[in-house]
Design a binder for this molecule. Structure first.
Ligand SMILES: C[S@@+](CC[C@H](N)C(=O)[O-])C[C@H]1O[C@@H](n2cnc3c(N)ncnc32)[C@H](O)[C@@H]1O
Length: 264
């Protein structure tokens, strides 16, 4: 149980966070006070936050889709906009379905699908060892695989996935320098860099995904408004029926690309 918070200490933390430019200083102070087990640990956490480190790895979790997702330093922090992807993936999932959270990071999308669809069998994969370690905390660790895209998955999943939910990197290489420092400096390039036009991973996923989908199954993939037509075009060229779903409130855009069900 944590010790009662000294109001002076709380005010001091808010003041230091505000001076460092934290917009939500009160909320962040409350979370840091909750996370710290001792005054010394609080001091370390506040000093690191004031120096510019992202909040969530300091806390050890990110809020996503109503869940607390475990995240560590060096792992991509799930973004609010990606709740659109998690919502659409969950809506397409039925109990008993096999679902893949591809390029899973901490596994936030898979965790939301598992929480909202009891009985869904959620698999996940990422190329980055730190992401895989975090995802193994948030998901069934036996179903989290490390490797390049589909390569590490068990072969029996071919043709069996009802939903492939994927938030792969899609930032064009030249735009990474314009990202906020919390992303640019603290998240690995492999989590952000989508190549010259941002769509290198989308091209590879569109080419490989159809053979992993069950008949009638869908890929739900995050993209930007600006890139959405090109992402959709890649999946159409691979033989899937693609549509774009945007949510202005969450500022999120996904392409849903579906394999046609078998003809009757
Ligand atoms: C934008 S982050 C998204 C993470 C997570 N899906 C989320 O939304 O919080 C992209 C993730 O893709 C992973 N990644 C990049 N290239 C990959 C590849 N070739 N195969 C598998 N994962 C990859 C990165 O390690 C990173 O965790």
């Amino acid at each position: 149980m944590s010790a009662p918070v000294d109001p002076d200490r709380s005010e001091d933390v808010v003041r230091r966070l505000r001076a460092a430019g934290c917009v939500f200083a009160e909320e962040e102070a409350a979370l840091l006070l909750e996370a710290a087990a001792s005054p010394a640990e609080l001091e370390t956490l506040v000093a690191r936050r004031v120096a510019g480190e992202p909040l969530e790895p300091l806390l050890g979790f990110a809020e996503f889709g109503g869940l607390r997702i475990h995240v560590d330093a060096g792992v991509f922090v799930p973004r609010r906009r990606t709740e659109v992807l998690a919502r659409e993936a969950a809506a397409l999932t039925r109990p008993g379905d096999a679902v893949l959270d591809l390029c899973c990071g901490a596994g936030a999308i898979g965790a939301v699908v598992a929480a909202r669809v009891p009985g869904a069998v959620v698999y996940a994969a990422d190329v980055e060892p730190a992401a895989v370690r975090a995802a193994r905390v948030n998901l069934d660790p036996a179903r989290v695989f490390e490797g390049d895209l589909f390569a590490p998955l068990p072969a029996e999943l071919k043709g069996a996935l009802a939903v492939i939910a994927v938030n792969a990197p899609y930032v064009p290489t030249d735009a990474i320098g314009m990202m906020p420092p919390e992303a640019r400096l603290y998240e690995p390039a492999v989590a952000l860099d989508g190549g010259a036009d941002g769509l290198d991973l989308h091209r590879r996923i569109a080419a490989e995904a159809p053979e992993w989908l069950a008949p009638g199954g869908s890929v739900v993939i995050e993209t930007s408004d600006e890139q959405a037509a090109r992402t959709a075009g890649l999946f159409q060229a691979a033989g899937l029926a693609a549509r774009v779903v945007s949510d202005d409130d969450l500022d999120g855009t996904v392409v849903i690309a579906s394999r046609r069900p078998p003809a009757r």
